[in-house]
Design a protein around this ligand. Structure first.
Ligand SMILES: O=C[C@H](O)COP(=O)(O)O
Ligand SMILES: CC(=O)C(=O)O
Length: 208
């Protein structure tokens, strides 16, 4: 089974990606990967997302680590794993989802936004958690406080993070990496422009 902590530690940023087609996914992921960001979280927010995950796994080099985001139900967890996602990410966690991903033995990063949610996830056997939506739920100050009472948990804060605010999070002992969508903005024409993605991905790698 893929180790969640290793996945998080592989990349200074986990791009949270939303594509409109499998072709768009392959083109954009290739650019991100070429610039050195090897972990790619493709969210299940479009009807073609599972196809996109399968296509990126097939077309990118084997050391690209492709996961599924927005895994909000047990059914989506099974489908994403079948499509080839090496890990799953969710904005939250339910008991059924926790049981399913444990039974599947699938690397999983559940989302939490409060101490009680973090304690619940910990009880269910998750040591790596997504802190979402990070900027609205207390930001770096919240994670620092969590670290003093639950020091065995490691976080990937996501939500409202930018190239400017990422370093504040990454400086914390209990943060392995940060997640965000800022590397793949859509232009006014609704398209993701590869030259823009290349520059933003390169900057994220250099800034680390
Ligand atoms: O929906 C939220 C995204 O997954 C990550 O948040 P962001 O767009 O604020 O980076
Ligand atoms: C935002 C988030 O946590 C997700 O899409 O998985």
């Amino acid at each position: 089974m893929t180790d969640v902590l290793k996945v998080l530690e592989t990349s200074p940023v986990i791009p949270v990606l939303a594509f409109e087609s499998a072709e768009e996914a392959v083109d954009v992921c290739r650019v991100i990967f070429e610039e050195g960001l090897k972990v790619l979280e493709i969210t299940l927010r479009h009807p073609t997302a599972l196809e996109a995950i399968a296509a990126v796994r097939k077309d990118l080099p084997a050391d690209a680590i492709v996961g599924a985001g927005t895994v909000i139900t047990p059914d989506l967890a099974k489908k994403a794993m079948d499509a080839g996602a090496e890990f799953g990410v969710s904005p939250g966690l339910t008991e059924e989802l926790a049981k399913t991903v444990k039974a599947l033995d699938w690397a999983f990063l559940p989302g939490v936004a409060t101490l009680s949610e973090a304690m619940q996830a910990r009880e269910w056997g998750f040591s790596e958690l997504k802190f979402f939506p990070a900027s609205l739920s207390g930001g770096p100050g919240f994670l620092k406080a969590v670290g003093s009472v639950l020091p065995d948990l490691t976080f990937c804060p996501t939500g409202g993070i930018s190239a400017d605010t990422a370093p504040e999070y990454r400086a914390l002992k209990n943060v392995a990496t940060v997640g965000g969508s800022w590397i793949t903005p859509r232009g006014r024409d609704g398209k993701i422009h590869l030259d823009v993605v290349r520059e933003l991905a390169r900057t994220a790698v250099i800034a680390h």
